[in-house]
Design a protein. Structure first.
Length: 416
């Protein structure tokens, strides 16, 4: 074999190997991203007691993060299309980790809201940049699996954030947990500064040739009907997810009289571990279906939403731990099937040069809708109770599942 051929072959092997190492490194960033944002929910009881907060004020604390996250999302996506994703990821990780640590020194409702808002600002830049970087290394043949593996970091981080924050608050102070999470993020940033490579020159050319007009990019994305449908479904699905992320620890604390650590663990572990299984299965199944069936990824998402309906209902109304666990596990598993293909489905219907703007816009609008969930449920629970409110969100999943089935049908009809 000629030396040049051998060198090319070796380079391809290294690139193929590195693309999965990349997923592993980004997995830890995703882990920290969700651990940091989930930690606050497990310490709602001591926050409410120490700072004399109402449930609506706690809802505002949760929503402030999401509203800033939503506001900055499209800009973050646009930046990710023209600034190297590696740079965006490192800067975002360092910023939100410092903000997380600073949260430990808040002594008023206003300061908590301020630092949660800054946290949303920092974290908004991560996902568009991460999706752009993964998209550069993974083609349509491996995209769902790669993004599904990365998505599993969401669930692991949610479990860790909820459990560790509750445990540390129970044993020491709620403030200590934020210092621990912030320090871990800074250490990870140092490691990634060494481990993350710059994308290949051929991939970087995509960024250089991208349209520099932010508004034109947003208008182009919003003019695509399939993209709008996927964004609308994501808004609804995220609303349901935020309801459970925010209020399930408090639900277990009050209804089942769990301690902070047990409530933080139980509200995340069963649901999120099941989601890991669902997301891995959903990613592999979607890659297989999408290779020979139009709308294959969207079909997997629709099935996940529809089959999750009875389990969401059961979670809210169950009177026993057995029923509660069955509900959370079922909901988590089928939620994972939907989650595995959020970004891969979007990439199927958007040009490569618009991926960053589309992902940022989708993330933005999804969290804007989700940002109203904590306050809406807090107000509704005053009249109907938290159990009824949790169960009622199953109707949202039902409607979204049928919307996606309609989209799949239209996609197939358009090629016949």
């Amino acid at each position: 074999m000629p030396a040049t051929t051998s060198a090319v072959s070796l380079n391809k092997h290294h690139q193929s190997s590195y693309r999965w190492w990349l997923i592993g490194m980004l997995w830890f960033v995703c882990f920290c991203n969700y651990a940091d944002r989930q930690a606050i929910f497990s310490v709602f009881p001591p926050l409410r007691s120490e700072l004399k907060l109402t449930d609506v004020q706690l809802g505002i604390v949760a929503s402030s993060f999401m509203w800033m996250y939503a506001l900055v999302g499209p800009i973050a996506g646009w930046v990710s299309d023209r600034v190297p994703p590696r740079t965006v990821i490192l800067c975002a990780l360092g910023f939100w980790s410092l903000v997380t640590a600073a949260t430990a020194f808040c002594h008023s409702f206003e300061l908590i809201v301020f630092f949660r808002t800054l946290g949303g600002l920092g974290e908004a830049f991560y996902f568009p940049a991460a999706m752009a970087l993964i998209g550069l290394y993974h083609s349509a043949f491996t995209r769902s699996r790669a993004m599904a593996l990365h998505q599993s970091g969401v669930y692991a981080g949610t479990i860790a954030g909820g459990t560790l924050a509750g445990f540390i608050a129970q044993e020491h102070s709620w403030r200590t947990s934020f210092i621990v999470f912030g320090a871990a993020g800074i250490l990870l940033m140092v490691f990634l500064a060494i481990g993350l490579r710059k994308p290949p020159a051929s991939a970087s050319n995509i960024e250089l040739n991208a349209d520099q007009d932010f508004l034109r990019g947003v208008v182009d994305v919003l003019s695509r009907g399939r993209v709008l449908t996927l964004i609308g479904v994501f808004i609804g699905a995220n609303f349901v997810a935020v309801v459970f992320l925010t209020w399930l620890p408090t639900f277990l604390y009050t209804k089942f009289h769990f301690g902070l650590a047990k409530a933080g663990f139980s509200s995340t572990a069963y649901l999120q571990i099941a989601s890991v299984t669902g997301v891995l299965l959903g990613g592999a199944l979607a890659d297989r279906l999408a290779s020979h069936r139009v709308g294959g990824r969207q079909l997997v998402q629709a099935v996940g939403l529809l089959l999750g309906v009875p389990f969401i209902y059961l979670t809210g109304w169950s009177l026993t731990m057995t029923g509660l666990i069955v509900g959370m596990v079922g909901f988590g598993f089928f939620k994972g099937m939907y989650d595995a293909n959020i970004w891969a489905s979007l990439y199927d219907v958007i040009p490569v040069e618009r991926r960053g703007v589309a992902a940022g816009l989708m993330n933005s609008l999804g969290w804007l809708g989700g940002g109203f969930a904590p306050i809406f449920i807090a107000k509704a629970a005053e009249n109907f109770g938290l159990s009824a409110c949790l169960s009622a969100t199953s109707a949202i999943y039902l409607c979204l599942g049928f919307v996606l089935l309609r989209l799949v049908s239209n996609m197939r009809r358009s090629i016949t």
